[in-house]
Design a protein around this ligand. Sequence first.
Ligand SMILES: Cc1cc2nc3c(=O)[nH]c(=O)nc-3n(C[C@H](O)[C@H](O)[C@H](O)COP(=O)(O)O)c2cc1C
Length: 178
Amino acid sequence: MNTIECINTRRSIRKFTEEPVSHDTVQKIVEAASMAPSWKNTQITRYTVIESKELKEKIAAEATNPFNAGHINSAAAVVAVSVVKNRCGYERDGSFSTVKEDSWQMFDAGVASQTFCLAAHEYGVGSVIMGIFDYDKVAEMIELPETQEMVALVAIGYGAEKPEAPKRKTVEDLLTYK
Ligand SMILES: Cc1cc2nc3c(=O)[nH]c(=O)nc-3n(C[C@H](O)[C@H](O)[C@H](O)COP(=O)(O)O)c2cc1C
């Protein structure tokens, strides 16, 4: 698959088969995601792969809405994407580099997450990024270190659906030249 084909054919997958995703495949996906650009190459994004059925069910039941609970329970695994705090957006002396302060850490997590999802797609693994859940509860459930902040959950697995791409805005809507 070439890059444009990968970008164009990746879809958010919300229904999965029962086939597990091997550690070898997860390893390759994270290896590819590690090549994502990051603020001053700080590489703050981390991935916690939740394979335990009990833990997935607990997150689904106690830390998100019924819609996302369905994806989580169907997924082979749920990847908790987190960032190491106090690095991205900062100067060495601890001051902020820009007026966007530490929001660059969310930017970096987004860049890394999309790279993760595209790499997963290349390896035949479906994914859906989820932003709607209780960050503190999930952080506690997975015993996330205090030095990190929860950003997103990504359900992964082999797709049991082939959704159409939701309608996109036109290039004219998106693009401006000056
Ligand atoms: C930051 C972010 C948060 C999202 N949160 C959710 C979510 O909580 N639940 C869900 O089902 N999809 C979620 N999505 C997936 C979007 O709904 C999806 O990307 C969008 O509808 C376009 O569809 P596509 O990914 O198939 O192109 C999220 C996507 C992003 C980037």
